[in-house]
Design a protein around this ligand. Structure first.
Ligand code: FES
Length: 163
């Protein structure tokens, strides 16, 4: 079962209207818009963006794969990231990741079958003093323990059920 939104070419064309050809900054901006709409960058979208903006497809892929904010695979509606940087690991980040993985029933890098949750790991979020750090949909949660991870996941999953 796939719950990812279908790619609407006319919608992507709308995003491209009014943008200048070949500007990398605009390419980033278009990719951000497409990522926000589809929760990933579909291949068809990258091809269309490349053609319409006069940017080599290789450049579009290069940008899409360089930045963590972009994904070539569909992501869940909720993205949970656990920092596995050294400072966070020393403070117990692996336990937080293990709890999140158990609770969601997926491994890091995977998305739940219903398309609701993606679990990721990151190397350092620049908030080492708050470690272990987890990020849920862009909101940082510091000094996480296994129990706090359970509570946070319960809250996020409960929230997901009522949406
Ligand atoms: S190591 Fe986790 S925020 Fe820096």
């Amino acid at each position: 079962m796939s719950l990812q939104p279908a790619v609407d070419v006319s919608e992507i064309e709308d995003l491209l209207n009014g943008r200048k050809d070949g500007e990398n900054e605009s390419l980033m901006s278009v990719l951000e818009d497409v990522q926000a709409r589809y929760r990933y960058l579909p291949k068809d979208a990258l091809i269309l963006i490349s053609e319409r903006m006069g940017v080599p497809l290789s450049q579009a892929y290069s940008v899409a794969t360089f930045y963590n904010a972009f994904s070539l695979q569909p992501k869940g509606r909720h993205v949970i990231s656990v920092c596995l940087g050294t400072a966070c690991i020393v403070r117990g980040a692996r336990k937080v990741l293990e709890r999140a993985s158990d609770k969601l029933g997926i491994q890091p890098g995977e998305t739940t079958e219903d398309g609701e949750f993606t679990l990721e790991t990151v190397n350092c979020l620049g908030a080492c003093a708050l470690g272990p750090v987890a990020v849920v949909d862009g909101t940082y949660y510091g000094q996480m323990s296994g129990l706090e991870a359970d509570a946070l996941l319960r809250e996020v999953m409960g929230e997901a059920e009522t949406l």
